[in-house]
Ligand binder design. Structure first.
Ligand code: GLY
Length: 347
């Protein structure tokens, strides 16, 4: 078992342990004096894990209610958020009770935002069940919903009270969902951890379960350092966006269907590295990305992707902050005017 303390304004632990989902009630009981829990999940995770989570919470004295919504990004909507508020109201959740987000990034983001806003803030727990959620979205306190104007445009920073990460849950993931998370994992190696990157070069999508606890712990620890320095995403935290400017553009171009976030990040990292770093680094990144069955580029013309880049919410007026790794394990943030970014990418 690994326990990583995240020292943000409200410090909390990330517990990384195989089998922890089935004993989550013990962990939840250790961080709240309430014994009323509202579990929020989706209809895929419900079938796999809601029974175990509920059982463990009840064994530890919790009275539980649950709300289940359809799996998928379309559920990260204002309409679903409104239904979650109704559920919390009907469950008579008070400010001293606890909300449990059980699932992947969509569940974590919308439940976290409900927790940030309902009654002006209720404590919540993240039980991430996808690799992407375990290494990224469950840690760091970003919560959000999507609106017609764009993804994650409405949200709040709200740190969870504990994150319970069980690598055994990743065994039930379809390979493409595991690969989705590996896009972010490779990113962590590139931006901060050459040893992690070298480890990833020795495994592949079929064999990486053997090192999953180590992978998750390394990624969470990298995110810990970044988030502790820059919780509100005004500077250093931007390095977590390596590959994301083009990645988000690729996701947007595909209308967020049939093309995962991890695919976008992988292709985005490869494209920018090929253009702006040495051929040797670009080749190493490309072969690592291929090991995890992720794309190393795109056939979509840059002229079609660039309009999506200048819509990215991370841009500042007239400029784009892009991230480049000239060596493995080291990232730089570079701010350029939008036309200069276009010139670099089209060159
Ligand atoms: N997913 C990027 C961040 O948490 O800042």
């Amino acid at each position: 078992m690994k326990r990583i303390r995240i020292n943000t304004t409200q410090p909390y632990d990330v517990v990384i342990e195989r089998g922890s989902l089935k004993k989550c009630g013990e962990y939840v009981a250790s961080i709240t004096s309430s014994r009323t829990a509202a579990i929020i999940t989706d209809d895929v995770v419900e079938k796999l894990y809601l029974g175990d989570v509920r059982r463990s919470l009840e064994e530890n004295g919790f009275k539980c209610t649950s709300y289940v919504f359809p799996n998928g990004e379309q559920s990260k909507s204002i309409e679903n958020l409104s239904k979650i508020y109704d559920f919390l109201c009907e469950s008579e959740i008070t400010r001293s009770d606890i909300i449990i987000a059980l699932g992947g990034g969509v569940v974590g983001d919308i439940s976290g935002f409900a927790a940030a806003s309902y009654l002006r803030g209720v404590d919540y727990v993240q039980i991430p069940t996808t690799l992407l959620a375990q290494v990224d979205s469950s840690v760091g306190g970003k919560t959000a919903i999507d609106i017609p104007g764009g993804k994650n445009l409405v949200g709040a920073f709200k740190q969870p009270s504990i994150v319970i990460s069980d690598s055994d849950t990743l065994k039930t993931l379809p390979p493409e969902t595991l690969a989705d998370g590996m896009g972010e994992v490779i990113k962590y190696g590139m931006i901060r951890d050459e040893a992690l990157f070298e480890l990833l070069e020795k495994y592949d999508l079929e064999t990486c379960d053997n090192i999953m606890d180590e992978i998750v712990a390394n990624c969470v620890d990298i995110k810990r350092v970044v988030v502790e320095h820059d919780t509100l995403d005004k500077g250093e935290r931007m390095i977590l966006n390596f590959g994301h400017t083009l990645g988000h553009a690729l996701e947007g171009w595909h209308h967020y269907t049939g093309y995962t976030h991890g695919m976008g990040v992988a292709a985005g990292m490869c494209i920018i590295t090929e253009k702006l770093a040495s051929p040797e680094i670009a080749e190493r990144l490309k072969s690592c990305v291929q090991r995890y069955k992720l794309p190393t580029g795109t056939d979509i013309p840059m002229s079609e992707l660039l309009p999506f880049c200048s819509k990215d919410k991370k841009r500042e007026s007239g400029s784009i902050n892009y991230i480049i790794c000239k060596t493995i394990g080291n990232a730089e943030i570079v701010k350029v005017a939008v036309p200069e970014f276009a010139r670099l990418m089209e060159g």
